[in-house]
Design a protein around this ligand. Structure first.
Ligand SMILES: [Zn+2]
Length: 60
């Protein structure tokens, strides 16, 4: 039972973190288009125009 509770807590935290990042949209430093946020396989911002990728490392 305790294992299930722990898993749920982590999931909730991750979701909040993701929404916060999505709301704060980034623009590509190379071509200026809005970048797409991806959570998998690793959290990152990706540009659809020039394939620029910025990895998110601020989650703990
Ligand atoms: Zn770009």
């Amino acid at each position: 039972m305790s294992e299930k509770k722990k898993e749920r807590k982590v999931h909730t935290y991750y979701k909040i973190n993701g929404e916060k990042l999505v709301r704060n949209l980034r623009k590509c430093p190379r071509c200026g288009v809005f970048m797409a946020h991806h959570k998998k396989p690793v959290p990152r911002w990706a540009c659809g125009g020039c394939s620029y990728t910025e990895y998110i490392t601020n989650e703990q």
